[in-house]
Ligand binder design. Structure first.
Ligand code: ADP
Ligand code: MG
Length: 240
């Protein structure tokens, strides 16, 4: 579905991503782990074009979306994003948060947008809160709405940037549970996370980054049990 090839990103003289290569197949759940500042968020932001990469290719079903003439709005609508800080629209109800993108970006009729919004709010267990406003919700509830909002756009791949890092500990579980359900249902996901149990148990591929490079990427069983790279070993020791 998605092939990232030799991707690089520099800010001024600071090289933040260097020669990033990986492949995403339909149904993959890829965890991206690594210390703060290693470039994980920048990688996600390059994939959904919130940042423009400095070099390399991003092939979506074989065509390079960084090339001129490719349909960027279409691509963007197929790549959903869930942020650490939720980024809900504060002046809109839960239901409206999940309808608006469908109407404005996908030009869906109001009825269909509502039906879809309800479907995904039900999926994340937030249907009882459709008329609530974000400030009335807990962090875990806000993040579940943000996930429903992203799902309502029916993306082909969903990117998560530390979706549980801003949550109180008692709310982490409910969000991870929703993400596990999505994974089980076959959603293609790239998840930046510090939740090592999630990376180990839910993903089928793990990418370890340090200083803008991928040091190691493998299936979770081998990456966690027998990391080859010295920096991966040092990083994982901190979680034991
Ligand atoms: P991570 O998500 O792994 O913590 P980031 O991708 O946020 O890492 O950041 C990687 C590096 O890129 C950091 O050194 C950060 O300061 C730098 N960086 C990120 N965004 C910008 C920006 N817009 N301008 C300049 N430097 C940036
Ligand atoms: Mg980050």
């Amino acid at each position: 579905m998605l092939q990232v090839r030799h991707l690089s990103k520099t800010f001024g003289t600071h090289s933040v991503l260097k020669d990033i290569d990986f492949t995403v197949c339909a149904g993959d759940v890829i965890s991206v782990i690594g210390a703060s500042g290693s470039g994980k968020s920048t990688l996600l932001r390059c994939i959904n074009l919130l940042e423009s990469p400095t070099g390399g290719q991003i092939l979506f079903h074989g065509s390079d979306i960084l090339e001129h003439g490719n349909n960027v709005p279409n691509y963007r609508s197929k790549v959903g994003m869930v942020f650490q800080s939720f980024n809900l629209f504060h002046n809109m109800s839960v239901l409206r948060n999940c309808e608006i993108g469908q109407e404005k970006v996908l030009k869906r009729k109001k009825d269909l947008a509502r039906e879809n919004a309800l479907k995904y709010l039900r999926k994340v267990g937030m249907a009882p809160y459709i008329n609530a406003y974000p400030h009335q919700l807990s962090g875990g509830q806000k993040q579940r709405v943000a996930i429903a909002r992203a799902l309502a756009m029916e993306p082909e791949v969903l990117l998560f940037d530390e979706p549980t890092s801003a949550l109180d500990p008692e709310m982490v579980g409910e969000v991870l549970e929703v993400m596990r359900t999505l994974a089980r249902d076959g959603m293609t996901m790239i998840v930046v996370t510090h939740e090592m149990a999630f990376a180990r148990d839910v993903s089928n591929h793990v990418i370890f980054m340090a200083d803008g490079v991928i040091c190691e990427q493998r299936d979770p069983q081998r990456l966690f049990q027998a990391p080859k790279n010295k920096r991966t070993q040092e990083f994982l020791l901190r979680f034991l």
